[in-house]
Design a protein around this ligand. Structure first.
Ligand code: PGA
Length: 255
């Protein structure tokens, strides 16, 4: 499978002027670049989704940063999977550590969102990862296991091919502190094992496992050294198209 390079733009691009500037730079950077069979996904704030879809070429897929699990109705301020799908989204990030931290999202809610995303024919990018304290107290493996197993409850085998898992140690997000390539592979091996045990090898192998947390063009080579890495989730650096596309180029050349 080709590598996935996902940009999480978070709560940025505050005006249409900023958005236009971003498009201008992004188009300039991506034009003529050989990215092999890399799939580029940009996840802007909800308010920009439709314009991103209309403005960027088919080469760039669009994702949301969150969704609600109900389909429609009296849920003030929420956005459903069907809405995202109808406005051109392919992907949706679910259970990002910032949502778990600031909005107290728990594993049960993450699971409801994953099920609803799959039903809406979206590809959920499920974020899992341990906090610093959990790492220091040797709980990394148990935390990941618990988060992933719960997130996937109710997902059927054929639907597994729409799932993406992102290992994002919370202590590495936005901190410029990164795990070693060995630690990332340890997490990846565990994630694959859980998938194989739950769904069988044939289905489990189809799930891309990404790494996320302080990825930039200088760190990406070490972080995703292993040909087994299926891709990355980039936060801050995705706001700088020059850097983001450079990261994608490095990943695509590591195939
Ligand atoms: P970062 O964010 O690249 O800024 O560390 C990663 C993420 O939030 O997915």
């Amino acid at each position: 499978m080709g590598k996935l390079v996902v940009g999480n733009l978070k709560m940025n691009l505050l005006s249409s002027d900023e958005r236009e500037k971003y498009f201008e730079l992004f188009k300039k950077e991506i034009s003529g670049k050989r990215l092999g069979d890399c799939e580029i996904v940009l996840c802007p704030p909800f308010i920009h989704l439709e314009v991103f879809k209309k403005t960027l070429s088919k080469r760039t897929k669009i994702g949301a940063q969150n969704m609600f699990w109900e389909g429609s109705g009296s849920y003030t301020g929420e956005i459903s999977g069907a809405m995202l799908k109808n406005f051109g989204c392919d992907y949706v990030i679910i259970g990002h550590s910032e949502r778990r931290k600031y909005f107290c999202e728990n594993n049960e809610e993450v699971n409801l969102k994953v099920q609803s995303a799959v039903k809406a024919d979206l590809k959920p990018i499920i974020c899992i990862g341990e906090t610093r304290i959990e790492k220091e107290t040797q709980q990394m493996l148990s935390v990941i296991t618990k988060q992933l197993k719960k997130a996937l409850e109710g997902v059927t085998r054929p639907k597994l091919e729409n799932i993406v898992v992102a290992y994002e140690p919370v202590w590495a997000v936005g901190t410029d502190i990164t795990p070693t390539a060995h630690e990332i592979m340890e997490a990846k091996v565990l994630i694959r094992k859980i998938l194989v045990e739950g769904f069988g090898k044939k289905y489990a192998e189809k799930v891309p496992i990404l790494y996320g947390g302080s990825v930039n063009s200088r760190t990406v080579k070490n972080l995703c050294n292993d040909p087994e890495m299926d891709g990355i989730l980039v936060g801050r650096e995705s706001l700088v198209p020059h850097e983001f596309i450079k990261i994608a180029e490095i990943i695509s050349n590591s195939n």
